[in-house]
Design a binder for this molecule. Structure first.
Ligand code: FES
Length: 151
């Protein structure tokens, strides 16, 4: 199998990656990017969300080989303290976290939405995030944060 080539947070990556390796495994275990989280491993909770060419996608169910040549962005590539993405800034301002495990997925899903629809209303935000689970029940604060970023 030829070496996998893709871009992660603007940096080129080339490496031998087994066919069964998920994108999430590559990012976390091989590249040390722990923004995306392992939740269900089944594409159902959203904790592992990354952007693939700007579109939100669940890294736990995507084979790394399946995104050859694509541009991957993780939470680390979206923004960092001191240079936060507006969605990250809004989450901090709204204190929209309890345990924080779902936040990667919430932020990445919301950032992809607002890139397409910068002024998405609450109904649209609610619909977009409906597949992202928060076991703490912090949805009200999360919706407020994303609405702040959309304003
Ligand atoms: Fe990927 Fe739950 S860990 S969707």
């Amino acid at each position: 199998m030829p070496a996998l080539q893709l871009t992660v947070n603007g940096q080129p990556f080339t490496g031998d990656v087994p066919r069964q390796t998920s994108l999430l495994h590559l990012l976390r275990n091989d590249l040390g990017l722990n923004g995306p989280k392992y939740g269900c491993g089944l594409g159902q909770c959203g904790a592992c969300t990354v952007h693939v060419d700007g579109t939100a996608a669940r890294a736990c169910v995507i084979p790394a080989q399946g995104v050859a040549g694509r541009a991957i962005t993780t939470l680390e590539g979206l923004g960092r303290r001191g240079h936060f993405h507006p969605v990250q800034q809004a989450f901090e301002e709204a204190q929209a976290a309890q345990c924080g495990y779902c936040l990667n997925g919430m932020v990445m899903q919301a950032a992809a939405l607002l890139a397409r629809e910068p002024q998405a209303d609450e109904a649209r935000i609610r619909s977009e995030l409906s597949g992202n689970l928060c076991r703490c029940g912090t949805h009200v604060e999360i919706l407020r944060a994303v609405s702040l970023a959309a304003a």
